[in-house]
Design a protein around this ligand. Structure first.
Ligand code: CS2
Ligand code: MN
Length: 325
């Protein structure tokens, strides 16, 4: 298992801080390109981006971003063009050697919170969600989107894309819905439980059809983390390490060391199942000295998280030796 950070596609201080923390793996988006040039998912933009990271000693292990997918998710005309673009991304990722693609199937809007400035330990800021505050929210332009429709649209997408992922040698890693509650503003959500992921994996029993085990999202589902890790272990291609307190209807994100989940047990579990992929700290609190302009992805909180994760991992790796004394 290797540690990673979510880094912008262009160098910034986090690239250098990551390298100083001993982080070798980068999770990033699809590169920005000039309007007249090749698409963001073209071979050369991906190659130049991967090389730019490599020139700074960082290995792009995961792309956690997608070409447009809303027509795919909603089953609208234009979805076949979007599928074509996803296939082009996967083919080019394989060609430049980026082995994992993290995507999600949340239609219309992605991860969502009702507060981005909830006060946590010592005045740090975290995000939180209270479904009551969303119950009067108007429908979106998509209107009512049922879970059945989303399952149909997902199956249509998956059967066309998995063969391309296999050919490219790129592992698809579906991220859970966050929050894992359905519907929100009339839009259903389906990847909201371990059972849903078992159903998803059975739709295409290929090792290239896998998941991002976002520990915070599974904790929000109310799942027991070690049980969930073991239940899905064969298809976990990427891990997000974080914690929350509460339920899918009402939760607050926590410091990695201050939530209800036994994070040491979770880390031991990843090692026990022989997870050999990449793990990144997911959302972190905004600490004193950082602006709260990128909630969950600020600098100081991520430095603390990486240090904590590394300590847990090292202690866990050595635990058998220590207990042998
Ligand atoms: C986070 C998101 O919601 C989460 O748990 O990991 O920021 C995540 O990066 C995206 O929703 C994944 O596509
Ligand atoms: Mn996540």
């Amino acid at each position: 298992m290797k540690f990673a950070l979510f880094l912008p596609t262009e160098p910034n201080e986090m690239w250098r801080l990551g390298a100083q923390l001993g982080v070798t793996e980068a999770v990033t988006g699809i590169p920005r390109v000039r309007p007249e040039g090749p698409s963001s998912w073209g071979f050369l933009p991906l190659l130049h981006m991967k090389q730019r990271f490599a020139d700074m000693g960082l290995n792009v292990a995961v792309i956690e971003s997608t070409p447009p997918m809303n027509n795919i998710k909603l089953g609208l005309p234009g979805r076949d063009k979007e599928i074509e673009q996803v296939c082009e991304l996967l083919t080019n990722m394989g060609a430049v050697g980026i082995p994992v693609w993290c995507y999600n199937f949340m239609a219309v809007f992605g991860w969502l919170r009702t507060s981005m400035s909830t006060v946590s330990r010592g005045g740090a800021l975290v995000t939180s969600y209270n479904h009551e505050l969303m119950e009067q929210a108007p429908l979106t332009e998509a209107g009512v989107v049922s879970e059945e429709q989303l399952w149909e649209n997902f199956a249509y997408f998956l059967e066309r894309v998995v063969p391309v992922a296999e050919q490219a040698g790129v592992k698809m890693a579906l991220h859970p819905d966050d929050p894992p509650i359905s519907p929100i503003r009339g839009v259903g959500r389906i990847f909201t439980s371990v059972e849903a992921f078992k159903r998803m994996l059975a739709l295409a029993p290929s090792e290239y059809n896998g998941l991002t085990f976002c520990q915070g999202s599974f904790a929000t589902m109310g799942e027991h983390i070690p049980t969930a890790i073991r239940a899905l272990q064969d298809r976990i291609h990427f891990v997000h390490f974080r914690d929350i307190r509460g339920t899918a209807r009402s939760f607050v994100e926590t410091f990695h060391d201050a939530g209800p989940t036994d994070m040491a047990e979770a880390m031991r579990c990843y090692q026990e199942i022989g997870f050999s992929g990449v793990m990144r700290p997911d959302h972190v609190p905004t600490l004193e000295g950082d602006a709260n302009d990128t909630p969950g992805y600020t600098t100081r909180g991520r430095l603390y998280a990486i240090g904590y994760m590394r300590g847990l991992a090292e202690a866990s790796e050595k635990a058998p030796l220590l207990s042998a004394d």
